[in-house]
Design a protein around this ligand. Structure first.
Ligand code: ZN
Length: 444
């Protein structure tokens, strides 16, 4: 990768942000859950953007480590009506109005008996909460507190036209080959219905990254981009690919919450100092305003599986505002106004820059003892009037840490220079033959 890296989104990124926001607008109304036709419809849409994307079906009942792939869920309609047949709550108005994986029901019910099946947020009276019951048979409606207060005495008729029956769980992956069989994993989840930051933002940023990676003239690493339902999907994917992923993955990110404009956040891998962690800290530290670093103890997405003992993949999370840390989280307020083209552009640029650091990162060693005679190579004058704000001492600092032990990320830290500057200096040294590229030096 030779593109000049600069912190933050460019004008092109902003145009891409508008495109990603358009994809989100198409995907937002689809009724997604862990499984079912909404997930397949979502993946089919992604296939139009990523022609190499492969969809794999894991049958219900399949044992994946300690879990069993659940029955497939589908829903045609759901509503709550009063005795006059007026629909008070209707799934057609918002995909959050029914508890995810709700079992079918059609009964007349008193207000008192209905109450345990209603979910609202007294603290956020205009928000519909996102509620699921994937592994326990249950039914219910989610509504705003204002709708809840206005329901009246009843009785009501509760109708949920859903089906829970053996089918399959859909996971999709795209492998973009590079010069090395070593892989970088990008994972995002497709199980959330009409929720924008968590996590259609991750879905569209993953899609945009895959398109960007595919269009690069060359890649050092092979990239594996996966779209799957959170938790059970990651577990099912690991059950099928664990040995390969353990042998090949050198860095990875879970892509979640990448679309608001409030800032940047980072959640490290369990190990905390892998290539993915180091690249992310470097990139995010160069963002204007910096970033919030969360603890692995605050994890909540598929790094729970990727970083679990026995799996131990080097997977971290680069986010805008982290799940659980913004008031709209898991409510109908997490919509297409919270996520903006600018926010998505920033999320994309942060991840793209992490991948550029990973691609460029190598250990370097000086080709001979003592300082090179730059003047002999015609480099001293060019270094002196390079136009760079970096003084000669900085150039020598970079050179003097090319000891075979420091990699590019270390050089940025030790020399206290921007990544783009260090990468440029190292490339000039390498082209002049005064340092050798020892490769990334990541233990398998
Ligand atoms: Zn979520």
């Amino acid at each position: 990768m030779s593109e000049e890296m600069s912190p933050g989104p460019t004008a092109d990124d902003l145009a891409l942000g508008r495109q990603m926001h358009g994809w989100m607008g198409d995907l937002f109304p689809i009724m997604r859950a862990l499984t079912g036709p909404g997930v397949r419809q979502t993946m089919a849409y992604l296939q139009t953007l990523l022609p190499g994307l492969e969809i794999h079906e894991v049958p219900s009942g399949t044992q994946v480590f300690d879990w069993t792939v659940p029955d497939e869920w589908s829903i045609n309609a759901a509503w709550l009506e009063d005795t006059e047949g007026r629909r008070l709550i209707d799934l057609a108005d918002n995909t959050l109005h029914v508890v995810g994986y709700a079992e079918p029901v059609d009964r007349v019910i008193s207000r008192e008996d209905l109450e345990p099946h209603l979910y609202s947020l007294p603290e956020q009276p205009d928000a519909i909460p996102y509620v699921t019951s994937f592994y326990q048979r249950h039914w219910g409606f989610c509504l705003t507190e204002r709708q809840h207060q206005a329901l009246g005495p009843g009785p009501f008729r509760a109708v949920i036209q859903s089906r829970l029956e053996p089918g399959s769980l859909s996971v999709a992956d795209l492998v973009i080959p590079g010069q090395s069989a070593d892989e970088v994993l990008l994972s995002t989840y497709t199980c959330h219905p009409g929720l924008a930051n968590d996590n259609l933002s991750g879905v569209v940023v993953a899609t945009a990254l895959a398109r960007w990676l595919s269009a690069l003239p060359e890649r050092r690493y092979t990239y594996r981009v996966v779209f799957l339902p959170e938790t059970i999907g990651a577990i099912a994917y690991l059950a099928r690919h664990l040995d390969h992923l353990k042998a090949r993955v050198r860095a990875g990110y879970t892509l979640t919450c990448l679309g608001d404009e409030r800032g940047y956040a980072f959640l490290p891998s369990r190990h905390g100092d892998t290539l993915a962690d180091r690249a992310a800290r470097l990139v995010l530290a160069e963002r204007p305003g910096g970033f919030v670093e969360h603890s692995f103890l605050e994890r909540g997405s598929d790094e729970r599986q990727y970083c679990s003992p026995g799996v131990d993949l080097p997977v971290a999370s680069v986010m805008r505002t982290k799940y659980g840390c913004y008031p709209e989280y898991h409510t109908s307020l997490d919509d297409l106004t919270l996520v903006t083209p600018e926010g998505l552009a920033g999320g994309f640029a942060a991840l793209r820059d992490c991948l550029q650091v990973i691609e460029a990162n190598s250990r370097f060693r000086t080709a001979f003892p003592c300082e090179p005679q730059f003047g002999k190579r015609g480099m001293y004058p060019s270094l002196s009037r390079t136009g760079s704000a970096v003084p000669m001492q900085a150039w020598l600092n970079v050179w003097s840490h090319c000891d075979g032990a420091h990699d590019l990320i270390d050089l940025v830290r030790v020399c206290q220079l921007p990544f783009a500057e260090v990468a440029r200096i190292v490339e000039i040294y390498r082209a002049a033959g005064i340092i050798e590229d020892l490769g990334p030096g990541i233990a398998p």
